[in-house]
Design a protein around this ligand. Structure first.
Ligand code: PHE
Length: 486
């Protein structure tokens, strides 16, 4: 294997990892998905559950993943294999790495289509293609944009090309360099847009929509969506964070970096809500616009406002940059695996991956036009990619990883790699053993249709079940007690 001979690339700057991982986490998930999901699931209640999921599941899983990456110093497949064999466990666990790599690739295959929407709306804003359009026109424009496979394909191909161009340049010269100006840039643009929204007259309404935690509007569907979204928005179990972690220098604190990334990601999602909803409300529109919220309602609102075109352009530039810093992270796992194992250059690996990606994403893109009738079980190829990854592969991969770390691998591995103070380590262990797995299992129970968990109003029950499982788990395994004893 070639990896063992060459030192692995590392982030150059002190902020390299945090910027790149935040770039990965902050994306269409925050600016496109989060606002419309919040709108669909009733506002503040959804936001609250989402925040709990980030803390209880997202953060522990992310720490575990980064630890796997840095310990194993490789792509998800190689890193997981090295870490499990170090503990004397079967290398079959590297299947988790395979699934993560595949998952990142599958997400990217539909992600480039949505990113393509963003690019094409930027172009429409710039070229005046939306001028003077009313509500019906906006819907028609969105449909027309999708209906022509050459048009839609052009934009998703462009996203693929730019992504591969950046990744092909390498970890430092490509990824780190591009995120180091795109991330600050997009945050500045977002702040300007919030300021703009604040003067639109809808800010108060947007604020209370996002932050009044009305538990009456909690549905079990909304909770599950929040949990699934926590995985998606933090880029978990899809190879991205693990691979970026494999470039993390020895001395960096995994706990601290994880919190920085999770906080930045959450702030951007909330900020996106504060940028978008005031404009929606100020123009008397409904927050329940679904996936079209950003592409139908928002441009319409911009139309009606002073300097709307200028700020509309700014918005879609920001969205496109956020999408790019995420898309590059989704292929990095595959590219680094190819480079390490197939003896090819990074550039060749990137373009090779790009060609396969282009083929698969073209199939996803066709779901909106030529392949509108190609459905299986009521889902288009595009929807299947989204459904399989966010409902199944990410939770399953996350579950495998926390259980490995919590019960299977030698405790020294994570004690050394995470380097946490004893009480924090016990907390992390408790989270990866019980809290995160339980949370993830809830998704499965729901997805399998075994039961619709109406636990929204029964928090005491949920806590009781958690306590019981913890008790049984600890009786069966003495490790936590040993950890406590030092
Ligand atoms: N976190 C990204 C977003 O919110 C999406 C993503 C998922 C990126 C999985 C990498 C891996 O848009």
């Amino acid at each position: 294997m070639t990896t063992e001979q060459q030192p692995r690339a590392q982030w150059l700057g002190r902020w390299g990892f945090v910027l790149a991982a935040t770039g990965s986490a902050v994306g269409l998930g925050n600016i496109w998905k989060f606002p419309y999901m919040t709108g669909e699931h009733g506002g503040g209640a959804f936001v609250l559950v989402y925040l709990v999921c980030i803390l209880a599941v997202g953060v522990p899983v992310m720490m575990t993943e980064i630890a796997f990456g840095r310990r194993g110093r490789g792509s998800p497949i190689d890193a997981v294999r090295r870490v499990v064999t170090e503990s004397g466990r079967s290398s079959a666990w590297s299947l988790l790495g395979w699934m993560a790599m595949l998952c990142g690739f599958m997400i990217l295959s539909f992600y480039v289509v949505v990113a393509g929407w963003s690019f094409s709306y930027l172009w429409k804003m710039l070229s005046g293609g939306l001028n003077g359009s009313g509500v019906d026109d906006m819907a028609a424009i969105f449909v027309a944009n999708n209906e022509n496979p050459f048009n839609l394909g052009f934009w998703s191909t462009l996203v693929t090309l730019v992504t591969m161009l950046i990744v092909g340049k390498g970890v430092q010269a490509g990824i780190e360099k591009s995120v180091s100006w795109m991330m600050p840039g997009m945050v500045i643009m977002l702040l300007i847009l919030i300021g703009y929204g604040a003067f639109s007259g809808g800010f108060g309404e947007a604020w209370s929509f996002l932050f009044s935690f009305n538990t009456g509007s909690l549905s079990s569907e909304g909770m599950l969506a929040a949990l699934g979204h926590a995985f998606f928005t933090l880029s978990l179990a899809s190879g991205a964070i693990l691979t970026y972690g494999s470039y993390l220098p020895e001395g960096a604190s995994i706990g601290r970096t994880t919190f920085s990334v999770a906080i930045a990601d959450t702030l951007v999602a909330l900020m996106a809500g504060l940028a978008i909803f005031p404009i929606i409300f100020a123009n008397g529109m409904s927050p329940e616009g679904g996936p079209g919220l950003l592409f139908m309602s928002l441009p319409l609102a911009f139309q009606a406002m002073p300097l709307g075109t200028l700020f509309g352009v700014l918005f879609f530039v920001m969205l496109s940059m956020a999408a790019l810093t995420s898309s590059i992270s989704m292929v990095e796992a595959t590219v680094s695996w190819l480079v390490d194992n197939k003896g090819i250059t990074r550039r060749t690996a990137a373009w090779g991956t790009g060609i396969v990606l282009w083929l698969v994403s073209t199939l996803a893109m066709l779901s909106f036009n030529l392949g509108a009738d190609w459905t299986l079980g009521g889902r288009h190829f595009f929807d299947w990619l989204d459904y399989l990854t966010s409902r199944w592969m990410m939770p399953l991969g996350g579950l495998g990883m926390v259980l490995l770390a919590g019960f299977v691998l030698k405790s020294e591995t994570f004690r050394e790699e995470l380097g946490l103070a004893p009480h924090w380590h016990v907390l992390w262990l408790f989270m990866v053993r019980y809290v995160s797995p339980l949370g993830i299992m809830v998704i499965f129970v729901d997805a399998l249709g075994i039961a619709r968990l109406q636990f929204g109003l029964h928090w005491p029950w949920l806590l009781a079940v958690l306590a019981l499982i913890t008790l049984i788990g600890e009786l069966l395994s003495p490790r936590l007690r040993r950890t406590l004893a030092g």
